[in-house]
Design a protein around this ligand. Structure first.
Ligand code: PLP
Length: 492
């Protein structure tokens, strides 16, 4: 990898860009800015409290939050790694936080340089030829990749003919959804018992109607697709392209490059690999990397480096168009840039090694009690089963998940990937940022809950007992959101 030689000086915040000067537009009266119909007649019934009461109220609320800053968060597939505070320092620099997207490019050369350099680093890590930072989430990166592959086939006169996308059943759930969203017919290919793509089934599914294979590797079982070169060869022989869901790059960075595996296009999930914030569905970033033959189709604008500085180029006739207002979630991109720059190539590689080591260490501690979905080593995460506790005591995977909350651990992902429900899947991803002590404590707690399940199943079935709320109907809460503060709550 060639990350270290990239030099970028952060000596003065002014180098990153200039904050917008104060506006000289005269202030408008309120009734011009907001019509009377939109203004309230009476003051809201806000409680009158002193500062200390207010501070205690919000600190208490913040302490109810579960976060990676306070506790271990082994949520498989979501990669809740620690977000180093230096990222926040960089994102808060006036030249990053204070710039406005409508400023002229001459006044934001610093942040454009930062974004350009991030794209260069990702290009190098991917082993590809060009990168767009614009997609605002992993799934939007998939969408961008699919649109580019469709544009490629259209340009080759095969747009109508190639209307299928092959998605192995070990792929992340967003893959078939994105393919369907792009109007493709999704063809699912089964995995074999060892968690790898079934090559024979893949060969059978390939035809001149296939636009691409969309693979997640390492896949949702934490298994690396060792036959990827053969799969790529088969796809290309059939005229199809190879898409990598690279959200699990935390297991590969510095070790292997998707471009060398035959992938034509991929996306990154910056929050899963480069330690940017993740939660509540956003704001995220899902940059896409492509090989040369897909470069003309990249979303606009593209950041270019010229003799006169950096510029945003919208004039690209074959582009799939714009995916995001302005240039993506720049604050997230700045954090990923910071993470990559201070780790350098050797640090990123060490993170990959430790993420895989931690996952295998934890798997070894738990495997005898919670058998895994496949044998052998895993990459950055693994899937194990609570089925024997369901069969013996009717204690299910989600009961283990809820009971972990009582012990101060966030639950792992449960019932995903969608291997049959009777498997009682628990998907665990420790990441490289956790210590051996934390992993030991987590394993000891899960084993203790296993004993509780045998001795006192009801204790586990009705957990959590110490959380501010018990078992919520999350689907109902999401669909019928009620965030009003009632008078009873105010008084009580
Ligand atoms: C393997 C994989 N692919 C795709 C996605 C989708 O990414 P996003 O939630 O940013 O849309 C995720 C989510 O974390 C993922 O784990």
């Amino acid at each position: 990898m060639m990350l270290e030689p990239l030099i970028f000086e952060l000596s003065s915040p002014g180098r990153i860009g200039h904050a917008l000067p104060p506006s000289d537009v005269p202030a408008q009266p309120t009734d011009v800015l907001l019509p009377a119909t939109a203004r309230r007649a009476d003051a809201p019934p806000l409680p009158e409290v002193d500062e200390l009461t207010l501070v205690r109220h919000f600190v208490r609320l913040s302490q109810m939050n579960f976060s990676i800053d306070t506790n271990f968060y082994p949520l498989g597939s979501c990669t809740m790694k620690y977000n180093p505070k230096i990222n926040e320092v960089v994102a808060a620099l006036p030249g990053v936080a204070g710039v406005h997207p409508l400023q002229s490019t001459e006044t934001v050369q610093g942040i454009l340089a930062m974004l350009y350099e991030l794209a260069e680093c990702l290009r190098e890590i991917a082993g590809m030829d060009a990168v767009s930072l614009q997609p605002a989430a992993g799934a939007q990166g998939e969408f961008a990749g699919l649109l580019m592959m469709r544009a490629y086939h259209l340009r080759n006169g095969e747009g109508d003919k190639r209307h299928k996308i092959i998605v192995p059943d070990s792929a992340h759930g967003t893959n078939p959804a994105s393919a369907a969203r792009c109007g493709y017919q999704v063809v699912q290919v089964k995995s074999s018992a060892d968690g790898h793509v079934d090559i024979a089934a893949m060969r059978k599914a390939l035809s001149e109607e296939v636009a691409a294979i969309m693979m997640t590797s390492p896949n949702t079982l934490g298994v690396f697709e060792s036959e990827v070169l053969e799969i790529s060869r088969m796809a290309h022989d059939a005229g199809a392209l190879m898409y990598l869901d690279g959200a699990n790059m935390n297991a590969l960075v510095g070790k292997a490059k998707p471009g060398d595996m035959g992938f034509d296009v991929m996306h990154f999930n910056l929050h899963k690999t480069f330690s940017t914030p993740h939660g509540g569905g956003g704001p995220g970033a899902g940059p896409v990397a492509v090989k040369k033959h897909l470069e003309p189709f990249l979303p606009v604008p593209v950041i270019e480096k010229t003799a006169d500085g950096y510029r945003l180029n919208d004039d690209r006739p074959h582009s799939i168009g714009r995916l995001h207002g302005f240039y993506g979630n720049a604050g997230i991109l700045a954090r990923a840039w910071a993470y990559i720059r201070y780790h350098g190539a050797s640090g990123l590689t060490a993170n990959t090694e430790n993420a895989v080591l931690n996952a295998n260490y934890l798997m070894a501690l738990l495997r005898d009690t919670f058998p895994t979905a496949h044998q052998g080593i895993c990459k950055h995460e693994f899937v194990c089963s609570a089925r024997r506790f369901k069969d013996a005591y009717n204690v299910r995977a989600w009961d283990f998940a809820k009971r972990l909350i009582d012990y101060g651990f966030h639950p792992p992902t449960v019932y995903f990937p969608l291997i049959p429900e009777h498997f009682e899947a628990m998907m665990i991803e420790p990441t490289e940022t956790e210590s051996k002590e934390t992993l030991d404590a987590f394993a000891a707690t899960l084993l203790k809950i296993a004993e509780e399940a045998a001795m006192n199943p009801e204790l586990v079935q009705h957990a959590p007992h110490t959380a501010p709320v018990g078992r919520l109907d999350e689907a109902f809460a999401a669909r019928c959101l009620n965030v009003c503060w009632t008078a009873e709550q105010q008084n009580g």
